[in-house]
Design a protein around this ligand. Structure first.
Ligand SMILES: NC(=O)c1ccc[n+]([C@@H]2O[C@H](COP(=O)([O-])OP(=O)(O)OC[C@H]3O[C@@H](n4cnc5c(N)ncnc54)[C@H](OP(=O)(O)O)[C@@H]3O)[C@@H](O)[C@H]2O)c1
Length: 278
């Protein structure tokens, strides 16, 4: 029988634990006996997890757009936990719109939340992990790092950048006992799509409604978040650095294989068809 994750990871920080994938990750870790510090921008959104797991789940209020708040929140939580054996950078959101038409401050904010300050959490977490010589850093990227989503340019940039950070850290952490996992989910049924910021109906590029409808259909057809949590559980059980793709078989296995062995123009054509952009 596989040993419980708690034998390897005593404490964990999960950003964006209030809902969706982050909540499923937190729930899975708690069920494996790991004490979890989970973040949200609003304490109230973490109340249910706290009530369901008294003494094991610890709410942390953190706005990832605010670097000072991230530093403060991380250090306080780390001190209360006595150090983290596992850090899961999960929080994120989408912005949908044409690159040139959406105000640049919106793109900048998304990059700040999902790349710069997410990298800051990794930067804060690694010294403790390396000192203990064990544990894992998980960066939740996306298959969008390989297959960019149309009209979600900063999301694609942030995820590709986060994947590049994970790749860099895998090299740096080799031999330290710390695993770095680049987790790339495909589409999962979460609140993600409901939280996407997008232009009011009737505004912007005429193709937006078509592409949005295709995106919505893909999100609705995705597996439940518990399936991503199971992929993470297995990766943590292995305890090795690497890339973990999860989601529907076509997205997580076939498409990356086709992209690897096919041509780039073919990949772009298939992607355009997928989003009704032909
Ligand atoms: N669902 C998918 O199909 C899918 C696919 C690939 C990758 N992903 C990635 O998986 C991660 C989780 O997505 P999800 O699908 O679970 O979305 P979700 O259900 O909308 O959850 C997003 C989480 O991120 C937190 N968050 C959002 N903006 C934040 C900010 N500015 N500061 C701090 N926290 C913030 C939210 O916390 P509060 O609102 O409570 O503050 C929430 O807990 C994201 O990084 C996403 O890009 C998702």
């Amino acid at each position: 029988m596989a040993e419980r994750l708690a034998t390897r990871y005593r404490t964990a920080l999960v950003t964006g634990a209030s809902t969706g994938l982050g909540r499923a990750f937190a729930t899975m870790l708690l069920s494996e006996g790991v004490a979890v510090w989970g973040t949200s921008r609003e304490a109230g959104r973490l109340g249910e997890l706290g009530r369901a797991h008294p003494g094991a789940f610890h709410p942390v209020v953190m706005e990832l757009g605010d670097a000072d708040a991230v530093g403060r929140g991380f250090r306080e939580a780390e001190q209360a936990a006595g150090g983290f054996d596992l850090v899961v950078n999960n929080a994120g959101y989408g912005v949908f719109g044409t690159f040139a038409e959406v105000d640049f401050s919106v793109w900048r904010e998304q990059m700040n939340v999902m790349l710069v300050n997410t990298a800051l959490v990794s930067h804060l977490a690694l010294p403790g992990l390396k000192t203990r010589g064990r544990g894992a850093l998980v960066n939740v990227s996306s298959l969008a790092a390989e297959f960019p989503l149309p009209f979600q340019s900063a999301y694609n940039m942030a995820k590709a950048g986060l994947t590049a950070l994970s790749e860099s850290l895998m090299i740096e952490c080799a031999g330290t006992g710390v695993a770095v996992i680049d987790l790339r989910p495909g589409d999962f049924r979460t609140d993600f799509e409901g939280a996407v910021r997008r232009p009011p109906a009737g505004q912007g590029d005429a193709r937006l409604p078509r592409v949005w409808a295709a995106f919505e259909k893909m999100m609705h057809g995705g597996p439940p978040p518990a399936a991503a949590a199971e992929a993470l559980r297995q990766a943590l059980q292995r305890g090795k650095s690497g890339t973990v793709r999860c989601g529907r078989f076509f997205q997580a296995v076939i498409a990356p294989l086709l992209a690897r062995f096919g041509s780039l123009p073919l990949k772009r054509r298939i992607q355009a068809g997928y989003f009704d952009l032909d």
